[in-house]
Design a protein around this ligand. Structure first.
Ligand code: CIR
Length: 274
């Protein structure tokens, strides 16, 4: 039972992050932000996020930014890692294809067993949720059925459930795991529909905590600590109340510059737990 094992085993954690390039103002966004991205502020927010991670994991590997890839800080999209295995993704947005090369090298150096996506597979890590020993893969504008098949091949022992992403960028833009059996779910009809599909496919395995407002449901769970977005007001308060009830360590971090280009907290790191 992966849930029972969670509390007892000694886990070593490494996080990989990637710097904010000078070209970050050209990062993709579904709707143009009302205010342009402030590069210096983005770099400061990123530095705080990295500092927070340094307190939570044994090692943070900081990969340099690449100006060729304005979206390169969103490193989560380039790989799916479970234990000592990884699928290097083929990102769904053409301008992001190639970002994964630096990540493949970093993971090889960590002696992680690498699988690749088979054409015509497309997959963004932001569409992949790992919870309670199961994988949920969002079929979205970035992730196609062939990409999800490559995910299943890379992790043959893990059941992969496909979830239709009706709205928003990625599955995890709207749903993330806040403890093995509890998911944070954005309080919107599209997100609730995705949660219902998860429940239907797992015989109601999960509980949900609804968050208010876009972005608030995207949190990073590291052991007993949860990083949540500091700037989403009420959206985060409900989550904080929930965490406190479970005696969790809650760390609010402001990533407003990344929200402008559809990025959340999970996107900014790749966690390796083994
Ligand atoms: C993109 O559109 O690809 C980036 N601007 C945002 C990526 C966010 N990544 C994520 O949710 N995992």
């Amino acid at each position: 039972d992966p849930d029972a094992a969670e509390g007892t085993k000694m886990v070593s954690r490494i996080a990989i992050v990637r710097g904010v390039p000078d070209s970050f103002c050209d990062a993709l966004s579904m709707t143009p932000p009302p205010q342009p991205v402030d590069l210096e502020r983005a770099r400061l927010q990123h530095a705080v996020y990295v500092d927070v991670l340094k307190d939570l994991v044994q090692e943070v590997i900081e990969l340099p930014a690449d100006n060729k890839y304005p979206d390169c800080p969103f490193i989560e999209d380039t790989a799916v890692v479970i234990g000592n295995r990884a699928l290097i993704t083929h990102p769904g947005a053409a301008s992001r294809q190639g970002e994964e090369e630096a990540i493949r090298e970093a993971l090889k150096q960590l002696r992680i067993h690498i699988s690749e996506v088979e054409p015509p597979g497309l997959i963004d890590g932001g569409d992949v949720l790992y919870a309670s020993g199961m994988l949920f893969a969002g079929n979205s504008s970035r992730t196609n059925v062939a990409g999800i098949e490559s995910l299943q091949k890379a992790f043959p022992d893990v059941r992969v459930h496909t979830i239709r992403v009706g709205e928003g960028l990625h599955l995890k833009s709207a749903i993330s795991s806040i403890s093995p059996k509890i998911l944070a779910v954005e309080d919107s009809p599209a997100a609730i529909a995705m949660f219902d599909e998860i429940q239907q496919k797992t015989d109601g395995h999960f509980k949900m905590v609804k968050t208010l407002g876009p972005g608030a449901a995207n949190t990073v769970l590291v052991g007993d600590a949860v990083i949540c977005s500091a700037t989403l007001g009420l959206g985060s308060l409900k989550l904080e109340a929930h965490y406190k009830q479970h005696a969790r360590h809650v760390i609010p971090v402001d990533i407003s510059e990344f929200h402008k280009v559809d990025g959340g907290l999970t996107c900014l790191s790749l966690l390796i737990e083994r």
